[in-house]
Design a protein around this ligand. Structure first.
Ligand code: F3S
Length: 399
């Protein structure tokens, strides 16, 4: 790979260990993918910061950078963590909590601006911007809905790219890397709910596990609906992008310049069989209602708060409702206390999916997220019931 004189100097240690390491790793990855040069990025997003996922080795890696004066050179955000830090909940082992706090503090010290899996609500990228993002739903959102350019990076690589402010020019940073390879036509009647969009996303991910699909049939769906689709799609496919007919910028041009290898047609009847019954969960206890995977948009959060404000009374021993949002969201004390009384907890900067919920007595999670459905049984140790958001609210409020 061609390096400028300045990049060579960084590689040789002129700016110190963290930056030399970043240059070495990024150029090695870039070389292996045939990149010819580095390109600047304007926003990095780091994933994989749950202590349950990265353990002591991950903590030590981040610590070694932070204590060597590493600082992010571009706007950098990070994924949510695995503990609730502004209130006590359950009894996660104390060393998990303290090690998770260390990871958060090191990243903050390096300049991380927010902890959320929806960095596009903290800083919305522009069309054509190059990014180094490492959270699948975020990468898919940026490439597919905004027309920004980001590979689907691993967490440590995105962290190093944030330190350097650069990435390697390969994959979807090049126009030829953005071509769809399979076409999927979706047959639906009338409007499609978020719940169905989540299941359709999982299905298309299974059909196109390694290639960018061109999707037709979702032309009238809102940005938030497409977001639900993308988060699920990213759980079953490695592709960094989906080209949606008429929704993705330049969708026709991308289709015209592609070699389509496969075609699929799916309808709602083809979707994954899932656990749909509240009854078993309600009867066995240990139930958690969870909305916000990925973290809620400001509009979704305001809508949900509006719905919950008028509830008045509810027996909070009948299971809590967690609303996942960025740690940058602020809520006044009066509302927080009111929500607490009806069993609603706003979990800021946190990801329940990567937390061992089984350790705090939760057996069932009721959610509208296909991504949570896919990962929670394994990562959180719980069973998952998937439902439409309105139905979850109705069931929760019945409690
Ligand atoms: Fe976010 Fe965790 Fe879901 S990072 S997308 S809440 S799995």
């Amino acid at each position: 790979m061609y390096l400028t004189r300045e990049e060579e100097a960084i590689l040789n240690g002129e700016l110190g260990y963290p930056y030399a390491l970043a240059m070495k790793v990024i150029t090695t990855v870039g070389d292996s993918l045939g990149a010819e040069r580095l390109i600047p990025v304007v926003h990095a997003h780091v994933s994989g910061i749950s202590y349950f996922n990265i353990g002591d080795a991950g903590l030590e890696f981040i610590e070694s950078l932070a204590t060597s004066n590493a600082r992010f050179q571009v706007f950098t955000t990070a994924n949510p963590y695995a503990v609730i830090i502004d209130s006590s909940y359950g009894s996660l082992p104390e060393d998990v909590r303290s090690k998770q706090l260390k990871i958060i503090n090191y990243l903050r010290g390096m300049g991380a601006r927010a902890f959320t899996c929806a960095p596009y609500y903290v800083r919305r990228p522009s069309y054509g911007e190059h990014l180094a993002w490492a959270e699948s739903n975020a990468v898919l959102f940026a490439n597919s809905l905004i027309g920004a350019w980001s590979n689907r990076e691993g967490g440590p690589l995105a962290l190093l790219e944030g330190l350097l402010g650069k990435t390697y020019a390969a994959g979807v940073h090049l126009r030829e890397g953005r071509s769809p390879k399979c076409v999927t036509s979706i047959k639906t009647e009338g409007s499609v709910s978020f719940f169905h969009l989540s299941l359709i996303g999982l299905k298309i991910g299974e059909l196109c596990p390694d290639s960018i699909p061109f999707v037709e049939g979702l032309e009238g769906v809102s940005e938030e609906g497409i977001r639900a689709f993308l988060a699920s799609f990213g759980s079953t496919s490695n592709a960094p992008m989906v080209v949606f007919n008429k929704l993705t910028p330049d969708s026709q041009e991308l289709l015209e310049n592609s070699d389509i290898e496969e075609r699929f047609s799916i309808s709602l009847g083809d979707l994954r069989e899932v656990l749909l019954d509240f009854k078993e969960a309600r009867e066995s206890g240990g139930i958690l209602y969870f909305i916000g995977c990925p973290h809620l948009s400001p509009g979704e959060f305001a809508h949900l708060l509006g719905r919950l404000r008028s509830v008045g009374k509810r027996d909070s021993s009948m299971g809590e409702l967690w609303l996942g949002v960025s740690d940058t969201v602020s809520l006044d004390e009066e509302i927080t206390n009111y929500l607490g009384r009806i069993g609603v907890r706003v979990v800021k900067g946190m990801c329940p999916v990567t937390t061992k919920l089984s350790l705090v007595g939760i057996k069932y999670v009721v959610t509208d997220s296909g991504k949570a459905l896919h990962y929670m049984p394994k990562l959180a140790g719980v069973k998952v019931v998937i439902k439409d958001r309105e139905e979850i609210l109705r069931e929760f409020l019945r409690g």
